[in-house]
Ligand binder design. Structure first.
Ligand SMILES: *[C@@H]1O[C@H](CO)[C@@H](O)[C@H](O)[C@H]1NC(C)=O
Ligand SMILES: *[C@@H]1O[C@H](CO)[C@@H](O)[C@H](O)[C@H]1NC(C)=O
Ligand SMILES: *[C@@H]1O[C@H](CO)[C@@H](O)[C@H](O)[C@H]1NC(C)=O
Ligand SMILES: *[C@@H]1O[C@H](CO)[C@@H](O)[C@H](O)[C@H]1NC(C)=O
Ligand SMILES: *[C@@H]1O[C@H](CO)[C@@H](O)[C@H](O)[C@H]1NC(C)=O
Ligand SMILES: *[C@@H]1O[C@H](CO)[C@@H](O)[C@H](O)[C@H]1NC(C)=O
Ligand SMILES: *[C@@H]1O[C@H](CO)[C@@H](O)[C@H](O)[C@H]1NC(C)=O
Length: 360
């Protein structure tokens, strides 16, 4: 192993690491929050969106979609609201007037969560629910309805048999079998996904689904890429798709993830990430560690207190990515077969018209 030379002077090392007065300083960009965490931090436990203060009705309003939803949920406003009245009176106000706030915010920064991976999973889940509802001919949004449930089980079986996609099958860990790769491949319409998923729905609905599938797929690929993006063009695409969904499927629920993708993603890219897709803010790597976290927590961490437990888990996770240890890790020489085709010509034309500079 190389001898470690500690530099004597202050200097910027790599990737947000710097050396200041003999201490290593790490820049932390807080962008990984799931909805639960965002709700705890910004106090808006009852809000539909942690980026804007739009109400449930406004989220489904075409006028709002056309004029755009500003990113206007500010921690300073949340604090202000609490300062104006006493807490008990405040909590008696209607939710809309409280901007969905249910407790005092515990954060001092605004919560801008990127979550490109969850955008894939959650928007795909919404799209599948839309298909199940159409298949069942049940045009009222109710995912637990018996007819919708029956359609789900039937379509799930067809997809497994005809295209080997295991979609929406509950897993033992509480999630479902849908992974990012499955969601991406289905949106890319590999193995004739749409044809099989819609094999028994009303013919007149199929072209509508095909169109939103194309547009959602392109938006999701843009968000998950590291490419430089023409944000105003992406904004047009998002708004047109959002409006189309509201017009064609007025009964469908607009889930928080769908709203966030179609009304805020282009702004996060343009205003908070220098116009590049959000790949470098992805929660994918930390999500991939979940299985290790479970293992460390159970077998390799003290259980004397919550803090001890979390500290031991974090230390182990840091060890996994230690540059010196990683150098000595066994690496497989097998190369992955890249015959899997990431392309879909129709979608690629639209995709390439929005990307300004492709970095892969
Ligand atoms: C769907 O049906 C299955 C089997 O009948 C049942 O176990 C499950 O709880 C139902 N799911 C929902 C969301 O109602
Ligand atoms: C199929 O769509 C047509 C036209 O929208 C409608 O009249 C018909 O009732 C639908 N059939 C079913 C089974 O939903
Ligand atoms: C971005 O797209 C818009 C059309 O929405 C176009 O007018 C503009 O020239 C594009 N910008 C670049 C840098 O290509
Ligand atoms: C898809 O996006 C294109 C380009 O912005 C737009 O012209 C079209 O109306 C959109 N289609 C749907 C179904 O949203
Ligand atoms: C991600 O990339 C953008 C654009 O290159 C850059 O401005 C931003 O600082 C990067 N963020 C992180 C956390 O690396
Ligand atoms: C990799 O792809 C080639 C064709 O490009 C195919 O002949 C080969 O069987 C594939 N290997 C595996 C392991 O899938
Ligand atoms: C991948 O897609 C391209 C363009 O659509 C096509 O020409 C090529 O045959 C595809 N390759 C495979 C292995 O499917």
């Amino acid at each position: 192993m190389d001898k470690i030379v500690i530099p004597q002077t202050d200097q910027i090392l790599v990737n947000g690491l710097s050396l200041i007065g003999g201490h290593v300083q790490v820049d932390i960009v807080r962008s990984l929050f799931d909805t639960k965490m965002a709700g705890l931090l910004d106090g808006a436990g009852g809000a539909s969106c942690h980026l804007c203060t739009a109400s449930d009705e406004e989220i489904k309003s075409i006028d709002w979609v056309r004029s755009g939803f500003p990113i206007n949920r500010l921690i300073s406003d949340a604090w202000q609201l609490f300062d104006d009245v006493n807490e008990d009176d405040f909590l008696k106000l209607p939710s809309k007037q409280r901007l969905g706030i249910t407790h005092k915010s515990t954060s001092d920064i605004n919560i801008i969560a990127a979550s490109p991976l969850h955008a894939y999973l959650c928007v795909f889940r919404w799209y599948m629910l839309l298909i199940y509802h159409l298949d069942a001919g049940h045009k009222v949004w109710s995912p637990s309805n018996d007819k919708v449930n029956a359609s789900m089980r039937r379509i799930r079986a067809i997809l497994l048999e005809k295209c080997s996609f295991s979609v929406d099958i509950p897993s033992s860990q509480g999630g479902t079998s849908t992974t990012r790769n499955i969601a991406r491949d289905c949106f890319l319409d590999k193995r004739d996904f749409l044809k099989w998923a819609t094999s028994s729905i009303n013919l007149s609905d199929k072209p509508l689904l095909e169109k939103i599938q194309t547009n959602l797929s392109v938006v999701l690929r843009l968000v998950n890429s590291g490419n430089l993006i023409n944000c105003s063009k992406m904004e047009e695409l998002c708004k047109e798709t959002y409006e189309y969904i509201l017009v064609q499927f007025p009964w469908a629920n607009i889930t928080p993830s769908l709203h966030k993708l179609l009304s805020h993603s282009f702004k996060i890219i343009g205003e908070y990430n220098n116009g590049r897709g959000l790949q470098n803010l992805s929660e994918e790597c930390s999500e991939a560690c979940n299985k290790f976290v479970r293992r460390y927590r159970e077998n390799l961490a003290r259980k004397t207190s919550f803090c001890d437990n979390v500290r031991d888990i974090l230390v182990r996770l840091l060890c996994c990515s230690d540059p010196l240890l990683v150098q000595n890790r066994f690496t497989s020489t097998k190369t992955r077969n890249s015959s899997a085709n990431d392309t879909n010509s129709l979608q690629d034309i639209l995709y390439n018209s929005i990307v300004l500079e492709n970095d892969n």
